[in-house]
Design a protein around this ligand. Structure first.
Ligand code: HEC
Ligand code: HEC
Length: 240
């Protein structure tokens, strides 16, 4: 968690050039998508692949509705990261959707898997949650929503492969902290995130990040009705 806050502080410094650019853009720069996403590139990398390190998540190829929901959440204070909230604060839903589409359509190769750093017990724990969940705590199997191959159920549910371990650790920490940083309005994922222990989420992040991303698109087309109901608004955006 300490690293997480340190990185947030570093990011606030990085933001400065982007903020200047946004002001300049209002003057006479043409409104092309390349111009729109220029402030984003400083952190997220030019092809949306990833930034300088795993703290800056990849955007390329993530499902459009998911990216849109995140942008809206940052703008409206439901997911907290100040440098982005400032960049997004005056943007319309339509504008956010166009940026979400842009990044969703970028097809870029994934990084190789991270070296696995878990004991056999931790790997078994991760696989049990992924395949079976934990009915005693009303936690469905991760595959129920994230797809059999863990490559997501577009347009709202992202894949879990190809994400850096430290990024996932930070996201689980954000949900666990009671929705202060992510999931301020309770949703199906934040409810699960709050229940998982640190041992479980460390094992999940280590196991998931050590899996290669399949070359073919293995995302799942439809979300089971029971899961859709559980997720409610999050998988039923008005903008879709
Ligand atoms: C100062 C660095 C910075 C800038 C500039 C920035 N971002 Fe981000 N972005 C981040 C960080 C860090 C996160 C992860 C924050 C977290 O999880 O709390 C993030 C998260 C995201 C996410 C969620 C990704 C996911 O998988 O959940 C999206 C979408 C996103 N940014 C889009 C954008 C767009 C579009 C722009 C330009 C308008 C932008 N960002 C500008 C640093 C930045
Ligand atoms: C009931 C459906 C559901 C189940 C079950 C579920 N998730 Fe999720 N998950 C979601 C949704 C929806 C999102 C997107 C949340 C948002 O839009 O903020 C998500 C997002 C995530 C993210 C963030 C990815 C990113 O790019 O930032 C991670 C990590 C994650 N889930 C891990 C898991 C793990 C591990 C499990 C199993 C223990 C699991 N999920 C089970 C619905 C589910």
């Amino acid at each position: 968690m300490k690293t997480f806050f340190l990185m947030m502080a570093i990011c606030s410094i990085v933001l400065a050039p982007g903020a200047e650019f946004a002001v300049a853009a209002a003057v006479d720069v043409p409104d092309t998508m390349a111009e729109r996403v220029k402030p984003c590139v400083a952190c997220h990398g030019s092809e949306g692949v990833a930034g300088k390190d795993s703290f800056y998540p990849r955007l390329a190829g993530k499902p459009k509705g998911y990216l849109f929901n995140q942008l809206r959440d940052f703008r409206d204070g439901r997911r907290y990261y100040r440098p982005m909230a400032l960049l997004l604060e005056n943007l319309s839903d339509e504008y956010l959707m166009e940026m979400a589409s842009h990044f969703a359509d970028l097809k870029q190769p994934y990084p190789p898997p991270e070296p696995a750093s878990l004991t056999p017990g931790e790997a078994a724990l991760a696989r049990r949650l992924i395949e079976n969940g934990d009915s005693a705590r009303n936690i469905p199997a991760c595959v129920e929503c994230h797809g059999k191959a863990l490559m997501g159920t577009p347009p709202f549910i992202p894949g879990l492969l190809g994400l850096p371990r430290m990024y996932m650790v930070a996201q689980f920490g954000a949900w666990r902290s009671g929705g202060l940083l992510r999931g301020r309005k309770a949703d199906c994922m934040s409810e699960i995130g709050k229940q998982l222990t640190v041992e479980e989420t460390n094992a999940l992040a280590a196991w998931l990040s050590s899996r290669p991303v399949p070359e073919r698109d293995f995302s799942v087309a439809t979300l089971a009705a029971e899961m859709a109901q559980r997720c409610g608004d999050i998988v039923r955006s008005s903008a879709e």
